[in-house]
Write a protein that binds this ligand. Structure first.
Ligand code: ZN
Length: 207
């Protein structure tokens, strides 16, 4: 993987996921970021997670790779060259506590290996994405499945919002939000990513 500059993430971008966590549906996207040290590529290996910090939830997401510095008026297809699937791992108990205290989410969202990603492939365009479901299996069973048609803020809006708020450019990646079905992980769980029928990567949990 080429050098990744920034990892941006969208919170609550699928209505059913906001509802499952008891959150209000936002009027504008909730944006946050993760340290690049959180990034781990899923290549079938065992990945170590914290075992003493409460529940850790998987959030399956489409990840976009930005290929050039984004200017006002740029379209998704001009600035996104690759995509992947990933998991925005979340220490859910710690996040709930941080939210209660009004503190930043970073400790709950930015720990090591909290940004798992498959290898990237050429971005097939928005229409192809609308025609393809993405899914995550745990020990052989589908636990999350999504389609970009269910996003509240589409790729174009996400790119415009991030670019306006922080700047967006070559080497940045964007986690675009999780559909419903998030849940806690356990040691020895095996996760596989699917784009349509095609497997894109896997890893095993060690805690
Ligand atoms: Zn997420």
């Amino acid at each position: 993987m080429n050098e990744i500059k920034n990892i941006y993430c969208i919170g609550r971008n699928y209505a059913k996921h906001a509802v499952e966590l008891g959150n209000a549906i936002p009027e504008k996207p909730i944006l946050f970021s993760k340290p690049t040290r959180a990034l781990t590529v899923a290549k079938g290996q065992t990945v170590l997670f914290p075992s003493n910090r409460g529940e850790i939830h998987h959030e399956l997401e489409i990840v976009l790779h930005v290929s050039k510095d984004v200017k006002q008026g740029d379209h998704v297809e001009d600035v996104i060259d690759k995509m992947a699937l990933g998991i925005d791992f979340t220490l859910r108990d710690e996040q709930s506590e941080l939210k209660k205290q009004g503190h930043p989410w970073l400790r709950a969202k930015g720990f090591k290996s909290s940004a798992i990603v498959t290898d990237f492939w050429a971005f097939p365009g928005i229409e192809a994405c609308r025609n393809t479901n993405f899914s995550l299996t745990k020990n052989g069973d589908i636990v999350q499945q999504g389609n970009i048609q269910d996003m509240m803020f589409n790729f174009q809006q996400i790119i415009e919002q991030i670019s306006e708020a922080f700047g967006l450019g070559t080497g940045d990646i964007i986690y675009t939000g999780t559909p419903e079905g998030v849940g806690a992980i356990q040691s020895n769980d095996e996760f596989r990513f699917y784009w349509g029928e095609e497997e894109k990567g896997s890893f095993i949990v060690s805690m």
